[in-house]
Design a protein around this ligand. Structure first.
Ligand SMILES: [Zn+2]
Length: 294
């Protein structure tokens, strides 16, 4: 039981009540039933993708990050090349960096890992789809015997602060730092100015879960192979940053230069002409923001 790790449990005895087993046996309910979420028009996306033209490509070097833009209605694809490699993805509204990917709410709406037909949602007060996954070559993986799956929204991003806390190291190529450097270079500003904009990621291709006995976050070797890709439809004008994690395929460790690392490729495609004439970018969330103040 993970709660037994709390230090005060050593001084305060915890006694299970007589009906403890009954309380545990209560069936769960889904926090956010998502049947009422707007359904992505996947057939429309497929039609727009059929005649799409590639308009940009960014190669993200190992243990580094790169930025890309994808206007609303475009597609962007992240591909494994050369070797098994996971990527840490940040998304912003290209016109307003205060609107950014909200991994926690995406997790609440879709679950711990996302795949085709599911979406990356933006922060409050916007809370709208930023991007919809339209193709996932790892969609076959499902949930393995360890409870692991791919493309998680449960991890945060590897960062030098946690590395320092746990291992007393100064390591400079964690995804957090890589994303800072890439965003600062793209915006042509001081890196210290952009750290606040870097946020919890979508762990592209990463295979993760929680251990059943201790509830701890685990990773295991990603099933991704060169040629695998994850492709998105940009619902709004997107500025993205992708880091090729120093953990490589995340089979052993990160926050070091130990793991074998490979580049990742990002491609952007313009939709087939006139294919989205009946489509419009989603509006920001409809809540009136009065918060009970009249
Ligand atoms: Zn990382």
């Amino acid at each position: 039981m993970r709660f037994c790790r709390m230090s005060h449990s050593e001084t305060l005895s915890v006694v299970e009540p007589v009906d403890g087993q009954d309380r545990r046996a209560v069936a769960p309910v889904i926090c956010y039933p998502n049947e009422t979420l707007p359904v992505p028009p996947m057939a429309l996306y497929r039609a727009a993708r059929a005649g799409a033209q590639k308009v940009d490509e960014v190669i993200v070097p190992p243990r580094d990050a790169g930025c890309f833009t994808a206007p609303a209605g475009h597609f962007f694809r992240i591909t494994s090349i050369e070797g098994s490699q996971v990527g840490d993805l940040n998304l912003w509204n290209a016109k307003d960096l205060s609107e950014r990917f909200y991994s926690g709410k995406t997790r609440a709406l879709h679950g711990t890992h996302i795949t085709t037909g599911e979406r990356m949602w933006s922060s409050f007060p916007y809370l709208r789809p930023m991007a919809t996954i339209v193709h996932d070559t790892l969609g076959w993986y499902g949930i393995d015997a360890f409870g692991g799956s791919v493309h998680d929204v449960i991890g945060t991003r590897c960062d030098p602060y946690t590395g320092n806390l746990l291992s007393d190291v100064q390591y400079h190529h964690c995804c957090h730092s890589n994303l800072i450097r890439a965003l600062a270079a793209y915006l042509r500003v001081d890196p210290a100015e952009v750290e606040q904009h870097v946020h919890d990621v979508l762990n592209v291709f990463m295979c993760t879960g929680f251990t059943r006995d201790t509830g701890q976050y685990f990773m295991k070797a990603s099933p991704v192979r060169p040629g695998d890709y994850l492709e998105f439809f940009a619902e709004i004008d997107i500025l993205g940053a992708l880091s090729a994690c120093p953990g490589g395929d995340c089979s052993s460790e990160h926050t070091s230069d130990t793991a074998a690392c490979y580049p990742l490729k990002v491609e952007v495609f313009a939709p087939s002409p006139n294919s989205l004439s009946d489509w419009s970018s989603p509006a920001r969330n409809g809540y009136d923001r009065s918060h009970g103040l009249g």
